[in-house]
Design a protein around this ligand. Structure first.
Ligand SMILES: Cc1cc2nc3c(=O)[nH]c(=O)nc-3n(C[C@H](O)[C@H](O)[C@H](O)COP(=O)(O)O)c2cc1C
Length: 356
């Protein structure tokens, strides 16, 4: 009862609609979000992150409409209940197929569906998926509107500040205005342009300069929209500074390589009064999770590859990573690999190896 009142209070403060309540009656609060990352933000990674933050909204890897409609649906969609609040990111540009997939996501229990308009890889461009769609605002608006009419959960979008010769702020503004006219409220903006020709996806995450000012300006021009900023954020202090200008932050690479950053998200970003979980508690919870997954026949390295950075910056972190990297892929590798890695972590360090 008390929890519900708190939830209603948060909804009032944030002017969220009742639809934004997920199946746990918890409002979707995107002050801190974990980025969609192909090959990285899978169900095991997200379940691990949940040992560190209960509040952050987590995004899946991108799933294309073709894969979802014709492929092994269970493989792409399966998740653990602890992963809520959880968004599914879709890749596609056919309004009907996207609407069908949005409905599938809602029925499966996802709390939000997000359309990828930011990924610059050649493979996706050839299929009219990702950042190339920024050149087609009307088509994107049609996609979003059709998805919205198929589901009750929020339909959101992730895009760049521009592509190729879409140089100036006006280009992005026009894109956002056209999409916002459908009623779409949440825009996740990767604060750099994408070059569709000549740069690899990795280079497109590093070379085009970050322009946070353009995202802050977008929030000023559209105060009624929820604007989430993404790209190059590496600390909670930086996140808090950015939250003075926009509604939410999205972090990707930093939380993957240094996941313990997530341990203070609930306290520092969401203002929740609770103790900070220790790395020991996290690894204990993770071993229980790994045991469950091993019992289902999942190979150890599918699960442990996401925890390599847990001890980043501490003495022994390299030894921890090495044991897992060298042993977790072996046939029949079990929980003892994680125990050996912990033992290696806690060995008395050589004098030249005080930190990694
Ligand atoms: C390995 C990897 C895979 C990614 N896959 C996706 C994806 O599927 N969908 C997407 O919108 N962005 C994807 N991205 C981009 C991230 O979501 C994010 O926008 C980008 O990494 C910038 O944020 P960061 O500097 O916090 O990492 C990917 C990034 C990485 C590193």
């Amino acid at each position: 009862m008390q929890y519900k009142l708190v939830a209603i209070d948060i909804i009032r403060q944030q002017k969220l609609s009742i639809i934004e309540l997920n199946m746990h009656n918890k409002p979707l609060n995107r002050r801190f979000t974990a980025a969609p990352m192909m090959e990285w933000s899978d169900t095991h990674c997200r379940s691990f992150w949940r040992l560190l933050t209960k509040e952050a909204v987590l995004y899946s890897e991108m799933v294309t409409t073709g894969a979802l409609i014709h492929g092994d649906r269970k493989r792409f969609l399966e998740f653990n209940l602890c992963e809520h609040p959880l968004a599914l990111q879709l890749g596609g540009s056919d309004p009907k197929a996207l609407a069908e997939c949005a409905k599938i996501a809602e029925d499966w229990g996802y709390d939000e569906v997000n359309l990828n308009c930011g990924c610059p890889s050649d493979r996706v461009q050839n299929n009219m998926i990702g950042a190339c769609l920024m050149a087609e605002p009307k088509l994107v608006a049609e996609c979003i509107a059709t998805m919205q009419s198929a589901v009750k959960i929020p339909v959101t979008i992730k895009h760049r500040i521009g592509i190729d010769d879409m140089e100036d702020y006006e280009g992005m503004l026009d894109f956002v205005r056209t999409v916002a006219d459908t009623g779409c409220k949440t825009f996740i903006v990767h604060a750099r342009k994408a070059w569709l020709k000549g740069l690899s996806p990795k280079e497109n995450r590093e070379i085009p300069p970050l322009q946070y000012d353009k995202v802050a300006q977008l929030k000023k021009d559209y105060p009624e929209l929820e604007i989430i900023i993404n790209g190059g954020i590496t600390t909670l202090e930086q996140s808090l500074n950015l939250l003075n200008e926009v509604d939410g932050v999205m972090l990707g690479r930093e939380i993957y390589h240094n996941p313990y950053l997530l341990a203070e998200v609930d306290q520092k970003i969401y203002g929740i009064d609770k103790p900070i979980v220790s790395r020991d508690q996290v690894i204990e919870g993770f071993m229980a999770y790994a045991e469950e997954q091993l019992a289902k026949g999942i190979r150890l390295n599918y699960i442990t590859r996401h925890i390599l950075g847990l001890y980043q910056g501490l003495p022994g972190a390299r030894r921890f990573r090495r044991v897992i990297s060298e042993q977790a892929h072996k046939p029949n590798a079990g929980i003892e690999v994680i125990k050996s890695a912990l033992k290696a972590l806690n060995e008395i360090p050589f004098t030249h190896e005080l930190t990694d």
